[in-house]
Write a protein that binds this ligand. Structure first.
Ligand code: BGP
Length: 462
């Protein structure tokens, strides 16, 4: 087989997951409840086919088998998240020894199989006790998070060298405080902005704790869903709309995390609409002095925008959509199951932007993948023939390769995801795995895309 796209030596081939989406054992092993456990108890009907986070893909009990499969596919790195409420059930205070044992065992098993653990501290799963105290609206919760981060560095920093404070920190803001798809289902622009700001402060405090922990060869980063904003046209109104969407959805976290400060244009808009968050003395300095070493880039879809057709209803809650409308580009390629456009070049555009405007920070693709409904219809001889997923990966990897050729410091590519998992409100609707999971038996079977990935990891390219 000839290799057209060779990747740099030591490239990180891997996958990402999150605790709530794979572990299961939600009320086992001394774990405290998080907002997902609680929301599901309250409103099970809001989850696809009424399936909640109790069992998911049972990684808590099957991690050894799963890690063997990762090894078989040849993956050399794996990003998972620690469940804050499993490690510290009350969110602050006593550490749960069973939680420590579990994460110790997972880390050791990965290392034994030459798979590097990448650890995320927060992937959408606020401990319920902390949410009841106001979640990210409360500065005390910010402090609790910094403590939790410190505990993780102490417990696992001897073996884990790649740390990520947050996964897609804007998503709990959108889901929980603007668009009603995460608990606590608040719709309030002012509170959303406060939550976003405090999340950034929590991030900077965790980076501070990391620097103090002096982890040998350790790097700290953040994982952002950088969805490029493409304007409908060259018309100045469309261009402006795209710029503002970019400020709200990308630069709100990217700039402070990488450059150490918020974009002035974003501050201006919030000021003009009287929506600046409450800050404390020392915050700006904290953020400025605690930028990241490494950036994880999650990419699924582009954002296309146009100037607004109508004036916004300013009696309704303040929304980013006061400044732009979504644009459906004629002829766009869609993943109809997830309702997301597929635009492979977006990944290249993101990387070039990081090269040119963010000091060419070291980065990697921390999630990229395609969720498809009713995948069993593609089953032949017990194996899912997911050629569409192989095409999806190839299309993105070609552009990533191009970005690397042009000098972007991209160190790896992690797919979303290793095995089919529980996707929040969508539960098991769309399957993303390289490995399928039979929900009745929990049996794992490598899909065609997993077989393809074996070749890619073996050849360090395709
Ligand atoms: C990202 C999240 C993941 C994951 C993925 C797929 O935003 O970091 O947790 O779920 O998207 O999206 P979904 O599960 O909503 O289909």
């Amino acid at each position: 087989m000839s290799i057209h796209y060779a990747f740099p030596e030591g490239f990180w081939w891997g996958s990402a997951v999150s605790a709530t989406q794979i572990e299961g054992a939600a009320s086992e092993g001394g774990k405290g409840k998080n907002i997902w456990d609680y929301w599901y108890e309250q409103e099970p009907y809001r989850f696809f086919e009424n399936i909640g986070p109790e069992v998911t893909s049972d990684f808590y009990h099957r991690y050894k088998e799963d890690i063997q499969l990762m090894k078989e596919i040849g993956l050399n790195s794996f990003r998972f998240s620690i469940s804050w409420s499993r490690l510290i059930p009350e969110g602050r205070g006593d550490v749960n020894p069973e939680g420590v044992r579990f994460y110790d065992a997972v880390i050791d098993e990965l290392l034994k199989n030459d798979i590097e653990p990448f650890v995320t501290l927060f992937h959408f799963d606020m401990p319920l006790v902390k949410q009841n105290e106001g979640g990210w609206e409360n500065r005390a919760v910010v402090e609790a998070f910094a403590d939790y981060a410190k505990t993780c560095f102490q417990l696992f920093g001897d073996r884990v060298k790649k740390w990520f404070t947050f996964n897609e920190p804007i998503v709990p803001v959108e889901g929980g405080y603007l668009y009603d798809f995460h608990y606590p289902n608040v719709v309030d622009g002012r509170r959303a902005i406060q939550v976003a700001y405090h999340t950034m402060v929590a991030h900077a405090k965790a980076v501070e704790a990391f620097r103090k922990a002096e982890i040998k060869d350790g790097k700290i980063g953040i994982v952002l869903n950088l969805t490029p904003s493409y304007p409908r046209s060259g018309h100045p109104a469309d261009q402006k709309a795209a710029k503002i969407a970019d400020l709200f959805f990308n630069r709100s976290f990217l700039d402070p995390a990488v450059l150490g400060e918020y974009p002035a244009e974003l501050i201006e808009i919030l000021k003009a609409y009287d929506h600046l968050p409450q800050t404390e003395e020392g915050d700006a300095e904290l953020i400025r002095n605690h930028t990241v070493d490494l950036l994880g880039v999650n990419y699924y879809q582009p954002r296309r925008v146009k100037a607004k057709d109508h004036l916004p209803n300013t009696e309704g809650p303040f929304m980013p959509e006061w400044f732009f409308d979504a644009y459906e580009m004629p002829g766009r390629k869609m993943n109809p199951y997830r309702g997301w456009e597929i635009y492979e070049k977006g990944l290249y555009d993101i990387m070039i932007n990081l090269r040119d405007h963010y000091g060419n920070i070291e980065s990697f693709v921390s999630e990229n993948g395609m969720g498809v409904q009713n995948e069993e219809r593609f089953m032949q001889n017990g194996i899912i023939q997911d050629d569409y997923r192989i095409e999806f990966f190839k299309g993105h990897l070609k552009w990533l390769h191009q970005a690397i050729q042009e000098g972007c410091r991209v160190k790896g590519y992690h797919v979303w995801t290793f095995m089919d998992n529980w996707s929040w409100m969508n539960a098991y609707k769309n399957r993303y795995g390289l490995v399928s999971v039979d929900l009745k038996t929990q049996k794992r079977t490598i899909k065609k895309s997993g077989e393809w990935m074996k070749l890619v990891t073996r050849n360090n390219g395709f």
